[in-house]
Design a protein around this ligand. Structure first.
Ligand SMILES: NC(=O)c1ccc[n+]([C@@H]2O[C@H](COP(=O)([O-])OP(=O)(O)OC[C@H]3O[C@@H](n4cnc5c(N)ncnc54)[C@H](O)[C@@H]3O)[C@@H](O)[C@H]2O)c1
Ligand SMILES: [Zn+2]
Length: 341
C-alpha cells in the first residue's frame, strides 16, 4: 500500500515485516523516542535496535496499559522524558502498540515543541484499521478523549505478522471495527468478513479499511460531514459501554445491531440478518442481559442535549450508503430491543 496518503500527510505501509530503513529520510533527525505498552515492548525494542543500527539515538519509553496511558499525568512524565532525552524539533516520536499508545503518542508529539513528527506502528487490529489513521489524538479527563489535537502521523506501518498472532478477543474487536468501516464504505470488505469471519485475510482487511478511512478523513478531517459515518454503531454502543462491563468491541457490536434495526425501520435497510450473523460469527455478542436500560437511555439523552434536542445517529439506507439522521427515542428503544435491552 505504499503511496496511499491520508490528508496529504500520512504514508501507509502494510506488509509482512518492517521496511528498512524504517523512517523516511530526514538528514537532521538524530533522536527517536519510542512509546510503547507492556504487550508491545518486544516489538518496540526490535524497532529501537534497527534504528540504532541506522545511526540514530533511540529511547524506549514504557506507558501503563490500556486507558491508563491516556492521562495528562502520563503525558507530563513523557514530556519530562523527552526533555531529558533532548528530543528536538527535527526528531521523531514513534507509537508502538494499541490505540491507547498511538492516541497518547500522537498527543504528546503534536504538543511537544508545538509539534514534532510522529510515526505509528499499531500492534492491535483496532489500532491498524482505526486508531492509527486520521490524526485524532487524545487523553481522557472526566470523559474520554476530552483533550487532544489533530496531528497526523507522517508514516503508519502495519506489520501483518503481528496481526496474525493476536489473541482472539483483540482479533474479534478489530474485525468488528473493520466490518463497521465496510458497512459504511466498502461492500467488498463487508463480504470478506461476512463470508470468512475471523479467517478473512488480514492484509486485505487492513488495506481496505484504511483505504476507506483515509478517503473519508482526507475529504473531512475535522468531522464537519462524512467522517461521522465512521461512528456507525457507536452512539448506542458507547452508551452500552459506559453502562456495562462490556468491552468497546462488544458494545459497538451491539450498537451496530441496534443501529441496523433502526435503519431497517426508517430506511428499509435489508442487511439486519447479515449484520447479526456476522457479529455472531466474529464471536461477539448479539444480545445482552443485565444492562440497565434506563441508564443507557439516560446516557443517550445526555448525548442528545449536547446536540440540540433530538438525538442524531448514523443509519444505513444500504451498505455503502450511510446517512446522519435525527431519530426519536421510540426508534432508539426499538433498536435496543433488537439486542435484548
Ligand atoms: N484516534 C482514533 O481515531 C481512534 C479510533 C478508534 C479508537 N481509538 C482509541 O484506541 C483505543 C483502543 O485501542 P486498542 O484496543 O488497540 O487499545 P489498547 O492500546 O488498550 O490495546 C488493547 C490491549 O491489547 C494489548 N496488546 C497490544 N498489542 C498486542 C499484541 N500484539 N498482542 C497481544 N496484546 C496486545 C495491549 O497491551 C492492551 O492490553 C481507545 O483508547 C480508543 O479511544 C482511537
Ligand atoms: Zn470503535
Amino acid at each position: 500500500m505504499e503511496g496511499l496518503r491520508v490528508a496529504g500527510v500520512t504514508e501507509v505501509i502494510v506488509g509482512k515485516g518492517m521496511p528498512s530503513p524504517l523512517l523516511p529520510q530526514r538528514p537532521d533527525r538524530r533522536r527517536v523516542a519510542i512509546l510503547t505498552q507492556p504487550a508491545a515492548t518486544s516489538k518496540a525494542l526490535e524497532i529501537a535496535s534497527a534504528l540504532t543500527s541506522e545511526g540514530l539515538l533511540a529511547e524506549v519509553i514504557g506507558l501503563p496499559d490500556r486507558e491508563e496511558a491516556k492521562t495528562l499525568s502520563v503525558a507530563e512524565s513523557v514530556y519530562e522524558a523527552f526533555a531529558k532525552f533532548e528530543l528536538s524539533r527535527s526528531d521523531t516520536v514513534i507509537g508502538v502498540g494499541g490505540g491507547t499508545v498511538t492516541d497518547l503518542a500522537g498527543y504528546v508529539a503534536g504538543t511537544w515543541l508545538r509539534g514534532v513528527e510522529v510515526v505509528h506502528i499499531p500492534t492491535t487490529l483496532l489500532g491498524a484499521v482505526d486508531a492509527s489513521i486520521g490524526g485524532k489524538t487524545g487523553v481522557n479527563l472526566a470523559g474520554k478523549n476530552l483533550v487532544g489535537v489533530i496531528w497526523h502521523p507522517r508514516l503508519v506501518v502495519v506489520d501483518t505478522r503481528v496481526m496474525d498472532e493476536l489473541p482472539s478477543t483483540l482479533l474479534s474487536e478489530g474485525m468488528a471495527e473493520a466490518f463497521k468501516t465496510g458497512l459504511v464504505g466498502d461492500a467488498e470488505l463487508c463480504s470478506l468478513i461476512v463470508s470468512q469471519g475471523l479467517h478473512a485475510p488480514l492484509d486485505e482487511v487492513v488495506r481496505r479499511a484504511i483505504t476507506v478511512k483515509a478517503a473519508i478523513v482526507t475529504r473531512d478531517e475535522r468531522e464537519h460531514g462524512e467522517r461521522v459515518y465512521l461512528n456507525y454503531g457507536h452512539t448506542i454502543g458507547h452508551a452500552i459501554e459506559y453502562a456495562s462491563a462490556l468491552s468497546h468491541g462488544e458494545s459497538v457490536s451491539l450498537g451496530m445491531i441496534a443501529a441496523s434495526r433502526v435503519s431497517e425501520r426508517i430506511h428499509g435497510f435489508d442487511g439486519m440478518d447479515m449484520v447479526v450473523s456476522t457479529i455472531d460469527r466474529l464471536g461477539l455478542p448479539t444480545s445482552v442481559e443485565g444492562v440497565d436500560v434506563g441508564r443507557v437511555l439516560d446516557l443517550l439523552r445526555r448525548d442528545k442535549k449536547r446536540d440540540g434536542d433530538r438525538l442524531r445517529m448514523v443509519l444505513l439506507r444500504e451498505i455503502e450508503d450511510p446517512v446522519l439522521e435525527h431519530v426519536e427515542e421510540s426508534d432508539i428503544e426499538i433498536g435496543m430491543s433488537a439486542v435484548g435491552l
